[in-house]
Design a protein around this ligand. Structure first.
Ligand SMILES: NC(=O)c1ccc[n+]([C@@H]2O[C@H](COP(=O)([O-])OP(=O)(O)OC[C@H]3O[C@@H](n4cnc5c(N)ncnc54)[C@H](O)[C@@H]3O)[C@@H](O)[C@H]2O)c1
Length: 342
């Protein structure tokens, strides 16, 4: 088997905790190298994990030996870089959200149409053992219809995560981020909800604002740090979504599906990634050990080796983008927003 040669663009925190070692350990891939605005960061990863330190991302895109690139920069660079990479014939694994605005997301779909490569959004929640099992249970009919859901993604703030651990980090800057927690965190949950429910989110209402996060000048940040949303699918499944950068107790990343025949609790307990409570039957608890890897890099590299298709297609990522932008519109206008044509 010829392995996929993959390079990483943007060498910050998510590369350190996830992509560099998952690429080095991937059975379908070889590390082509790294690139970053800050050349020392690319050099440090290349020294530790192998491959070259490229002289900028365009140098990587010109390398005919590179089959795919993983884009892990600030959000506003995702779409222009993805478009350039697709035009260069590379496949793209792009961190979420796929763009900082809808126009960028649409440009990616357009570029993919004329490319020999494919686009995959790094929506890693689709690859957790709990969400895979929950999807299989829902599709099997064992739970009956989903009636409603409750969903939260909340952590203490991106300034504690980014390689730049200060309030001047790009996450708290509107031009670099987009919508703050609504797009940064909401994209994960909107995507996984639609993936598991098997239908779009068609109507949204929300309250959102900036309550606590400050930029480097000490003023309240221009991105949202909290949002509380109400969502509904075309078939009438209803639920709530809480997004927050101000959960100072740590990370909460939970979804509960209330179904006709029981309840699914995904990532609700630290020692059990999925709990299934059936009406009148014994509770079953799955996955009491941490998942070994995110599964994202394996899916990307394998799709390159096997000639596609994209494991998380651009069209589905765009659908999640439209949903988070509808949430922002609903919050800004104080009106319920319907998503047409979904
Ligand atoms: N899937 C997830 O669960 C998850 C989790 C965290 C972050 N992310 C995403 O990963 C991406 C990176 O986040 P991070 O926390 O690692 O950021 P970070 O601030 O830690 O690092 C970003 C890196 O990209 C580099 N960079 C920025 N713009 C660049 C450009 N135009 N060209 C080259 N290099 C550039 C910076 O120098 C920095 O080294 C973001 O899109 C974020 O939303 C995803």
């Amino acid at each position: 088997m010829k392995k996929a040669r993959i390079g990483i663009i943007g060498c910050g925190q998510i590369v350190k905790i996830r992509h560099a070692h998952e690429l080095a350990e991937c059975a379908w891939a070889e590390t082509a190298g790294y690139s970053d605005f800050v050349p020392e960061r690319a050099q440090a990863f290349a020294s530790q994990y192998g491959g070259r330190a490229y002289d900028g991302y365009q140098d990587m895109l010109r390398d005919p030996e590179v089959d795919g690139v993983v884009i892990c920069t600030a959000n506003n660079a995702h779409a222009p870089m993805s478009v350039e990479a697709l035009h260069a014939g590379k496949s793209v694994l792009c961190e979420k959200p796929m763009a900082s605005g809808l126009a960028g997301a649409e440009a990616i779909l357009e570029a993919e149409r004329g490319s020999s490569g494919f686009f995959m959004a790094a929506h890693n929640q689709r690859f957790t053992m709990a969400h895979r099992k929950a999807k299989a249970l829902l599709e099997s009919g064992a739970m009956g219809r989903v009636l409603s859901f409750r969903c939260t993604l909340a952590h203490p703030g991106p300034e504690r995560f980014s390689v730049n651990r200060t309030n001047s980090c790009w996450y708290l800057n509107k031009a670099s981020s987009g919508l703050g927690c609504i797009s940064d965190l909401g994209i994960h949950k909107c995507d996984i909800l639609m993936h598991l429910l098997g239908e779009p989110l068609a109507r949204v209402a929300a309250i959102a604002g900036t309550r606590d996060k400050r930029d480097e000048t000490g003023s309240l940040a221009q991105v949202y740090d909290n949002a509380v949303c109400v969502l509904e699918t075309p078939s009438g499944v209803m639920g709530t979504l809480n997004l927050s950068y101000t959960n100072y107790s740590g990370m909460e990343n939970t979804t509960v599906y209330y179904c006709e025949k029981g309840v699914l609790r995904c990532h609700y307990y630290p020692d059990c990634a999925l709990e299934v409570v059936m009406d009148g039957a014994e509770t079953v608890r799955y996955f009491d050990v941490p998942q070994p890897g995110s599964g994202v890099m394996d899916a990307f590299a394998r799709a390159i080796v096997e000639g596609g298709p994209s494991p998380v297609p651009a069209g589905e990522a765009l659908r999640a983008m439209r949903t988070v932008f509808a949430i922002e519109e609903a919050a800004r206008t104080q009106k319920m927003v319907s998503l047409d044509g979904m």
